[in-house]
Design a protein around this ligand. Structure first.
Ligand code: ACO
Length: 160
């Protein structure tokens, strides 16, 4: 894929070269299974938000079909969360998907991920599907957030 760099204030959004080291610290914040992360990274593109050469966040885009692409992983360094960088990453991922002529972009999150569900809906995604027991079936350890067990994956979709 051609180089794509978007700029906003002091942030740049750039596609990572396949031979650059993977940002596991960030990737595992969004998805605790390194095996699953390694599986989807093979077929995905990684985009990085940087400020003065420092990586602040990442977003991973995985094409599913010729028309549908999914945000498989999005994460912002904890000390930089809540400042709009997550929104910036999603907005730019949507731009990339639209430029590449995808018709629909998906993002999945757990039933327990209340903040993420709020954020994705605010950015125009709508709940479209539930993958029942996705987290209990695919993750060795139980995951709890906000005192609620992550059991099902909610898929949200946005038409492009
Ligand atoms: N709880 C409550 N509200 C939240 C949360 C949360 N966990 N996360 C974001 N929000 C809200 C913010 O308050 C903000 O609302 P506002 O605009 O009304 O003030 C809005 O969502 C946008 O927040 P941003 O600042 O743009 O988002 P941020 O830079 O914090 O990035 C992200 C959001 C990526 C979810 C970040 O919190 C993060 O890295 N979390 C850990 C990893 C993670 O959970 N990733 C998503 C997993 S699902 C997947 O990867 C497909």
């Amino acid at each position: 894929m051609e180089e794509m760099t978007f700029k906003y204030q002091h942030l740049t959004f750039t596609k990572q070269d396949k031979n650059e080291p993977r940002e596991y610290e960030l990737l595992l914040l969004a998805d605790p299974s390194k095996d699953l992360v390694d599986q989807y990274l093979e077929q995905s593109d990684t985009f990085i938000a940087r400020q003065n050469e420092e990586t602040l966040g990442i977003v991973i885009l995985l094409p599913l079909t010729e028309e549908i692409i999914e945000i498989k992983n999005i994460a912002v360094k904890p000390e930089f969360q809540g400042q709009g960088i997550g929104s910036y990453l999603i907005e730019n991922a949507i731009k990339v998907a639209a430029l590449k002529k995808y018709k629909k972009i998906l993002i999945g999150t757990a039933n327990s991920s209340i903040g993420q569900l709020y954020l994705y809906q605010k950015l125009g995604f709508e709940i479209s599907e539930i993958r029942k027991n996705f987290f209990t079936d695919n993750y060795a350890e139980p995951i709890y957030e906000n005192g609620v067990q992550a059991k099902h994956m909610l898929i949200l979709a946005k038409q492009l």
